[in-house]
Design a protein around this ligand. Structure first.
Ligand code: GAP
Length: 471
């Protein structure tokens, strides 16, 4: 992870937030390539969940909402992590993580209000056996709306985007042509004052969610839940995460929230362990019923097909953009032996402890699926001091960039230019050379195989579109 984090910084994917002031723990900034990567994730999700379906519409709700929203949702009372303090060194830890590290699990007391806490646990920082029993620590960031800072002006930065969807259920039903079953999708920032941000961007305090609330007729929960788990798994494969490193965790009944009938987490094998990318929960009518109760407004829906009135149930696939970006980076990252200039051959995997094979050198490459690569193609004139080559390369570059993020580079030896693009995951290099001026063909160099073929300039857009799976 350290090597990957260093590459992310060096090549402009991800920087520590507020770095010039020493950083702010749990906050990250995405550089030129990182923001392209996230944009690809968002756009692919939006296409598959909204655009290419006729039963889901989009929404973009405010980040700060009426504080009653978070009372109704249960976040004010129970969106908390259990914390213990060390009386000796005054450090604070998450109780569940502390026990996990010593192979134990944090259990609730039978009344559900407290936790069973073994009193022989040592402080991981100073070793003293002086930890307080776990206490809840609410994860919502508080702020004030308006000029007066008192309890009446308290508001929260949203800890999930979902509630913006629930409170707009009626607006969407009465202003667009949706009929149950249908969904409302939203992408946006969420904020949680995580006690222990860790694993690079995996657990951050500011992050981005892509959430779908899919409203259904009561009683159809199990089939729609199954459907969405399958849909979402297919989507992860389509963006380049192989099925063998994706896993599902089906919650046993005793781990489900009291209102939920099913929940599946989609997990990915990160270098730091198997961890969650997305949760897909069948939440019954809990959310809409709670908002009905707290707002006094009716959330009862009249179903024109069945002539029934009911509060719709909901299936919620909820994913994190930053975690998916991190999974794509982990999946793409490779160090491999590649032939030095003038030697023929394919890249070879690096075996730990083995020296470079004769005629090979090390390269770092990000093998993104082309649809997720931040830059789709790089265009190079073979030599920068030949105006005919430069002019032709720039003409090709200007044409391609109308459709895709494309990069132009004329600095340095051609081999080094290819290597720079390998490191940021550009799937193809297009080189203009002297033959181009004669027969209108260019070199098409594949990032993964490093094979080079001649392709006519006219063919380039169609070839790039095919590589990206576009029609
Ligand atoms: N509305 C349901 C909900 O918010 P969640 O499991 O708490 O469910 C959904 O969050 C997704 O949001 C997670 O699967 C994860 O991808 C992302 N996420 C949650 N907390 C995060 C954090 N601190 N940093 C980065 N991503 C996070």
């Amino acid at each position: 992870m350290e090597t990957l984090a260093a590459l992310c910084k060096r090549r402009g994917f991800i920087y520590q937030g507020s770095e010039v002031y020493g950083g702010l723990n749990g906050f990250w900034d995405y550089g030129p390539l990182g923001c392209e990567l996230k944009r690809n994730i968002r756009e692919s999700w939006w296409r598959s969940v909204v655009q290419q379906r006729d039963d889901v519409v989009g929404l973009d709700a405010a980040i700060i909402m009426h504080p009653k929203v978070w009372e109704a949702s249960g976040h004010v009372d129970s969106f908390a992590d259990p914390m213990v303090d060390c009386r000796a060194c005054r450090r604070r830890f998450r109780a569940d993580q502390l026990l996990e590290e010593i192979g134990q699990k944090l259990e609730r007391t039978p009344d559900g209000k407290g936790y069973v806490w073994p009193d022989n646990v040592a402080c991981p920082a100073c070793g003293a056996k002086a930890l307080t029993p776990p206490r809840p620590f609410n994860l919502m960031f508080r702020t004030f709306v308006g000029p007066v800072e008192d309890e009446s002006s308290v508001a929260y930065l949203r800890p999930e985007t979902a509630q913006g969807i629930f409170v707009n259920f009626d607006n969407v039903v009465s202003t667009s042509r949706v009929k149950v079953p249908f969904g409302i999708a939203q992408i946006g920032k969420a904020f949680r004052n995580e006690v222990n941000p860790r694993n690079f961007t995996f657990r951050s305090r500011e992050f981005e969610q892509m959430e779908l609330e899919f409203f259904i007729r009561p009683g159809t929960d199990a089939e729609w839940h199954r459907y969405w788990v399958e849909e979402r798994l297919k989507w992860y494969e389509s963006i380049g995460l192989p099925r063998e490193r994706l896993h599902r965790y089906d919650y046993p009944p005793e781990e489900l929230a009291h209102y939920a009938s099913a929940c599946v987490d989609i997990l990915y094998d990160f270098p730091f362990g198997r961890q969650e990318l997305e949760g897909i929960a069948a939440r019954g009518d809990y959310d809409l019923s709670r908002h009905q109760e707290y707002s006094g407004k009716s959330f009862v829906y009249f179903d024109p097909d069945t002539q029934e009135r009911y509060i719709p149930h909901v299936v919620e696939p909820s994913a994190g953009v930053d975690r998916i970006a991190l999974a794509l980076l982990c999946e793409a990252y490779r160090e491999e032996w590649v032939p030095t200039a003038g030697v023929q051959g394919e890249p070879k995997p690096v075996e730990p402890g083995q020296p470079a094979p004769e005629g090979y050198e090390l390269r770092t490459v990000l093998r993104f699926a082309p649809c997720m690569a931040p830059i789709k193609a790089a265009v190079f004139p073979l030599l920068k001091n030949k105006p005919e080559l430069v002019a032709k390369a720039q003409e090709i570059y200007r044409k391609l960039r109308r459709r895709w993020p494309v990069f132009y580079d004329q600095q340095g030896a051609i081999g080094r230019r290819y290597r720079r693009q390998d490191e940021i995951g550009t799937p193809v290099g297009i080189t203009v050379d002297f033959q181009t001026l004669e027969d209108h063909t260019v070199t098409w160099r594949d990032r993964d195989t490093m094979q080079q073929v001649r392709v006519s300039v006219e063919e380039l857009p169609a070839r790039i579109a095919a590589m990206l799976g576009e029609d």
